[in-house]
Design a protein around this ligand. Structure first.
Ligand code: FAD
Length: 458
């Protein structure tokens, strides 16, 4: 059968493309191909007892499956063009924000009602930051929480499942131009569609590079963000997180003039492992349900590294640093801030004696043996800067987990409508290197669905 629309990847980008396209063209034939399984099939085998660390499953339940990388995330939908991607450079700021608000409305009407929308507008914290050399970025944040995020995804899936052909456990091997449009090859057979939208996310980055090479699509190198996840008692950041939930704060270091920023703040949350292409890094999330609160808050401190020619492989650089931590710790390393400053590794005893109890079981070690000096120096400077607005941040017992890496895909060259040089082939979401957030990936899906409905199938 010839589909009207083939979508590769069932993350937020792919889901919202299918949702909007089906809404606009109820009878259209839509196929979604996904490496992972349905939402309820997605179970990470780490139970903390029998399996304590990543066993490199063939398809990672955290990253792959319905809901994509965001399925078990904190469900923080940042409605902003200040971070989370550069979608506005394609669509313009107003359109990008309107689309993010539209996505917010869909989430609310599918189980997210009652969740809180936080905003930085007129926040006194902004002033406090400025007085201390820190910069708070503007945003509104809808916090669904891991539990409600799951419910929203399940409701959207239930609404779509009889209208869209979902092919789970069906990674697309390659994409080829055909007489009618595009043909995707899978282990279960070939499928054709008039239009093809690729939304393979970060986990599909290597595969995407192969697709670009085979279809001769131009790419530009992107950046990698490296850093640590900080964990401390909830009370230390409570005055920020109670008011803003997520605060994106940027600091310029005195030593190297690098920008260090906070990322993915999880009040009363938990630190978790993340597996990207077999490399274990660290991340964090939190729940909306008070029963699941922890005593700690966690957030990442990240530094962006851009490389210029002749080096093009920013992700490979990030992987190499993360591999070092995996080599020393068998996974993620944990170190007390006090131990790092004194130049000593943390060990089991020091972690056990810490007043801040870790929420992730990680191997005590020495992050200075892993992180490039320039980046680690910047992170230490930022911790002391944050200590001025949130006293206690630089306590000895503040826990640092490493390595946190944000990989970005090569940026695939598209026009302003996210259409590649091949008419009818679109690359959206994190996969194209344009977005790196739930809101913007989802918004890019809505945009192309409307564009395709208008241009190709009117
Ligand atoms: C633990 C964690 C927490 C996060 N928390 C937040 C947060 O709170 N807020 C926020 O804004 N962002 C968060 N993010 C980032 C956010 O999840 C992503 O930006 C977003 O999911 C990107 O959506 P996407 O659709 O572009 O890609 P993805 O969500 O990565 O989805 C891509 C899908 O494509 C599938 N796929 C890949 N290759 C193929 C192939 N060849 N064939 C078929 N299918 C394929 C994958 O299995 C995957 O399901 C988090 C990420 C992680 C990992």
């Amino acid at each position: 059968m010839l589909y009207d629309l083939i979508i590769i990847g069932a993350g937020p980008g792919g889901i919202f493309t299918a949702y909007e396209f089906n809404r606009l063209n109820p009878g259209a034939k839509i196929a979604v191909f996904e490496t992972g399984g349905k939402l309820e099939e997605r179970k990470c085998p780490i139970d903390g007892v029998k399996i304590k660390s990543c066993i490199n499953c063939k398809s990672c339940s955290i990253m792959n499956g319905f809901g994509g990388a965001g399925a078990f995330s904190d469900g923080k939908y940042n409605i902003t063009t200040e971070f989370g991607g550069t979608l506005h450079e394609h669509l313009g700021k107003k359109t990008a924000v309107d689309l993010m608000e539209y996505v917010d409305g869909i989430n609310l009407s599918h189980g997210g009602e009652g969740t809180k929308l936080y905003t930085t507008t007129n926040s006194r914290i902004k002033t406090l930051c400025l007085q201390n050399g820190l910069h708070l970025l503007d945003a509104s944040v809808r916090h669904l929480g891991t539990d409600k995020n799951y419910i929203v995804l399940q409701n959207i899936y239930n609404e779509l499942k009889d209208k869209v052909d979902f092919f789970f456990h069906t990674p697309v091997q390659s994409v080829a131009k055909s007489a009618d449009g595009y043909t995707v090859q899978t282990a279960k057979g070939d499928y054709s569609g008039k239009i093809c939208v690729i939304s393979a996310g970060r986990s599909g980055s290597k595969w995407m590079e192969e697709v670009c090479a085979s279809l001769k699509l131009a790419t530009n190198s992107n950046r990698v963000d490296l850093g640590v996840r900080v964990e401390l008692p909830y009370e230390i950041f409570a005055h920020l997180t109670d008011e803003l939930y997520e605060s994106k704060i940027v600091y310029r270091t005195e030593k190297f003039q690098d920008l260090v920023r906070t990322f993915c703040m999880n009040p009363r949350g938990a630190v978790v492992n993340e597996n990207t292409n077999g490399i274990v890094t660290v991340n964090g999330h939190s729940y909306d349900d008070p029963a699941k609160y922890t005593n700690n808050t966690n957030f990442a401190l990240l530094v962006s590294k851009h490389f210029s020619l002749p080096f093009r492989y920013s992700n490979a650089y990030g992987e190499s640093v993360a591999r070092l931590s995996n080599m020393l710790g068998g996974g993620v390393l944990i170190q007390r801030f006090g131990d790092l400053i004194r130049g000593q590794r943390s060990n089991d005893r020091r972690i056990e004696e810490s007043f801040c109890v870790p929420t992730l079981s990680a191997t005590p070690g020495d992050l200075s043996l892993v992180m490039p000096k320039r980046i680690l120096d910047g992170i230490i400077e930022m911790i002391y800067a944050l200590d001025k607005i949130a006293p206690g941040t630089a306590n000895d017992d503040t826990l640092l987990y490493g390595v946190e890496v944000k990989f970005y895909n090569m940026e695939v060259e598209t026009d302003k409508n996210l259409e590649t040089a091949l008419p009818g082939l679109f690359v959206i979401g994190d996969c194209g290197g344009v977005t790196h957030s739930l809101s913007q990936a989802s918004a890019s899906g809505i945009y192309v669905a409307r564009y395709i409905a208008d241009k190709y199938l009117a």
